[in-house]
Design a protein around this ligand. Sequence first.
Ligand code: SF4
Length: 363
Amino acid sequence: MLPTDLLDRTRAGECTKEDTTLLTNAPLPELFGLADALRAEAVGDTVTYILNRNINFTSQCIGTCRFCAFRDPNGYRMDISEILGKVREAVKTGATEICIQGGLLPDMRLDGYCEILKSIKSEFSDIHLHSCSPMEVYHAARDGVGVKDALVALKGAGLDTMPGTAAEILVDRVRERICPDKLNTEEWACVIKTAHKLGIRTTATIMYGHIETMQDRIEHLFLIRDIQKETRGFTEFVPLPFMPYNNELGSEMLGSGNYGITGIDDLRMHALARIVLHTHIKNIQASWVKLGTKLAQYALHCGANDLGGTLMEEKISKSAGATSGEYMSPAEFDWIIGKAGRVPAVRDTRYSHQQQPGGVATR
Ligand code: SF4
């Protein structure tokens, strides 16, 4: 049985790092049961997803992240007309959100990012642009531009919200080993807080299941909670398991007999996220691309209440060994969610509007 004072603190959104450490060793039915009860309290039985498209506009990158299977020195690079062609296709299928991210091009500066955003908005003023990871913002802000001015320019060009990617594990000791040239923890937090203060909401992510310890994951969750207390700018938290294939870090792990994260640990991570972030971040996403549809469905009983997007094209996870498809239809989302005993609803990026199949608006 979990201690009553721990349960009280958790329900109040005040569980401590010590409570969380204790929960990591709790019997799984108790851990999952608590996360599921908090999910019900926070968002009820509705499970959401969004009609969207990912566009990874280039696979070339000057980054050196050791977990990356996407970077390719001879890779592709889309021009604006190719990007617009993909947006047109997405809009025809009913997508409301376009997520554009790409490698870091040496000749890509703030103007280049703004040009992409402006071109899309000038043809599709209603589409929601969920783009520019904190690392891309940092890249755009180089040469003395500064993070705040870069974000103001990107927002002016049409940026609506940002993915909170490039977070990996927000502990510098780990970052130095897995992505030494990426922005550090303080810099990531600075980009995110500046965005939130400018009215650009973001998601928050964690990439777990490599060299980090459970304590590192807990530090990460508490940093996200602290930022949320300050800004209220996060829309959702997305646990992303590390994919160990076709990259340097994964090869090292596989070579030493570590086959990566297991399904149980995936579910534990989603449950811990729900518990630590309770009353602070309402939405915990289970990524069907990373987890596969069956485990993502089960995660709905371990604290998750969102399944991400229909996602035409998602090259980054696939390069690293994700086996799920590149597109899942709304009908299949509804099927999976219904079979989990929950009520499906299509949402917008900010979770400000939800529509159940058949057209019933739920809020
Ligand atoms: S993760 Fe992103 S920044 Fe890092 S090497 Fe890969 S494409 Fe570049």
